[in-house]
Design a protein around this ligand. Structure first.
Ligand SMILES: [Fe+2]
Length: 142
């Protein structure tokens, strides 16, 4: 309380809160609830992988919540809507799968329920012997 007079005792009344924060899978996870109800750290599989097996990106997306959600779980639209911006988009530029996203616009979807959400797999043909899978872990509420 720099603006308080030096003799002020107001500083003894003021408290700041803090929250536990951990980093897993290049994501900072904060728990903002009561300490006695804090759950165990996330057991999400991708968060435990070594960085050699993951790709992390960040970007500003000017959409509302529902538009972002719908676009995130619908892998098929990427082959058409984002075809010409994939290589410049931080979300996709380092993933290594853009060639497959452009080549196969008819992915086969497989959806599996998971704890707290869904795992949405979109399988595209890569070459004669391989598939390219784009997996979207949809976790409530984001
Ligand atoms: Fe999109």
């Amino acid at each position: 309380m720099r603006s308080e007079p030096e003799e002020s005792a107001f500083k003894n009344k003021v408290r700041t809160g803090s929250y536990p924060l951990i980093e897993r899978g290049d994501v900072l996870w904060a728990y903002l609830g009561p300490a006695d109800l804090m759950p165990a750290p996330s057991g999400i599989e991708w968060a435990a992988l070594p960085t050699s097996h993951t790709f992390t990106s960040k970007r500003l997306q000017k959409t509302n919540y529902l538009q972002a959600l719908e676009g995130g779980i619908d892998s098929s639209h990427v082959s058409f809507t984002h075809r010409f911006s994939l290589d410049d988009d931080p979300l996709h530029s380092g993933s290594g799968g853009n060639v497959y996203l452009k080549r196969d616009g008819r992915p086969k979807f497989e959806v599996v329920e998971s704890e707290g959400g869904l795992l949405i797999g979109a399988r595209r043909n890569a070459d004669d012997d391989h598939y390219y899978w784009r997996i979207t872990p949809y976790l409530m509420p984001w």
